[in-house]
Design a protein around this ligand. Sequence first.
Ligand SMILES: Cc1ncc(COP(=O)(O)O)c(C=O)c1O
Length: 478
Amino acid sequence: MSADNSYHEPLESALKHALTYLDQLENTSVSAQASLDELRTRLSRPLVEEGTNAQQIIDELVSDTSGGLLGTMSGRFFGWVVGGSLPAALAADWLTSTWDQNAALYACSPAEAVIEEICGAWLKDLLGLPSEASFGLVTGCQMAHVTCLSAARNAILSDLGWDVERQGLNGSPPIKVLTSDQHHASVNRAIRILGLGTDCLISLPTNENGQLSPLALEEALKKYSPDPLIVVLHAGDLNIGAYDSFKELIPMAHSHNAWVHVDGAFGLWAAASAKYRHFLEGVEMANSWATDGHKWLNVPYDCGYAFVRNSKAHYNAMALKASYLVHDNNARDQFNWNPEWSRRGRGVATYAAIRELGRRGVSSLVERCCQYAHDLVTQIGALPGVSILWEPQINQGLLRFHDPKSMASEADHDDYTDEVISDILQSGEAFFGGTTWRNKRCMRVSVCSWRTTDDDIARVVSAVGEIISSKRKAFSEK
Ligand SMILES: Cc1ncc(COP(=O)(O)O)c(C=O)c1O
């Protein structure tokens, strides 16, 4: 085969397999049914001396991974906080691979540099963030935290005359990071990566709505000032989608010169909806914001966004110079704003997703997901032996399943909840994850996919109903 047409067969084969995969989602298990051993046996082919035909590789990839993929593209996937992929975003992502540009700087791919510029402006507009904020497109919210907190570290130490980029952290004024006890583990890891160490992280109590207590924050700010301070607030915490009170907490933190960073991995997207925007009142006063594209915007993995009000601090923390690079002073070099050098043109899928949905489409996606989360939680919660631990205020809710045996303890309900989750996964009809919230095991319900429909909700409620009633029947017949 000549180099000219050597792509045809594998790409045509990939297209055929991709369409078959997508077309069959309705009839395919949303949980992985193949065992670890099976997958290892199928995939651990010998390392060949001579190469293999490209189309054969693609065909075998499909058969070898069969049953080992989760139905994250299906409308019945409610695990973690996982979005699907919009058609234009998926197709644009294929083109991104086909073009194989290095989206490090304008000179490496002029079109992709411009696409990212436009994505930044659109995203700030959709999310209600200040138009002057700088931004970076990164792999996910984890790296958005790293990027934003690098800028924070730069700014709060430079205010004290310490140049962290040159002097590092040895001997620097000690930074404290104040946040709620519901913070995501990616915040801890960002702090570790930045060399701050998790000893500097102070977890403060939350109220019954999962919001950081203003009193606790005020006390901590007083206790640790005048040390350089970062406050991490939440726009949608991982279990219940709680929003801290930005309006109250941000001015409080600023009065102690603290940098305020917002973890808005999914919850920042409520800004796109007139119905849910009120949760974010005051969020625009923060210093930096982290969110994802691969969750609620429904672009393929991996895609996150970092925004920083103080663009100078952001630039100082990330920018690079090297003699062999070519710069155009009028253009935006992406690598000055994110932690990678060579990188995928991940702006392309974001650009396509936002164009496909438009402002109204993003708003409708957010509102649909919130409505479906509410429907799922209240309808499953109305089944016998189920209690609602958190009725969704956005797209996240929590359910607990009760062990029918008499005198069942909380520990029995914990085990029973895990058992029901496992039975649901086994059925292949829906995917939910578990979590421990306020010392109780529960099933997390997270709706994030553009594909979820009324029919999906009805199908899942009925499937869960059948599982619960057959478990209760089996118990009563014992
Ligand atoms: C609240 C919150 N913050 C941060 C993250 C990390 O995001 P990512 O996995 O995109 O790095 C998550 C992931 O689910 C999250 O829910």
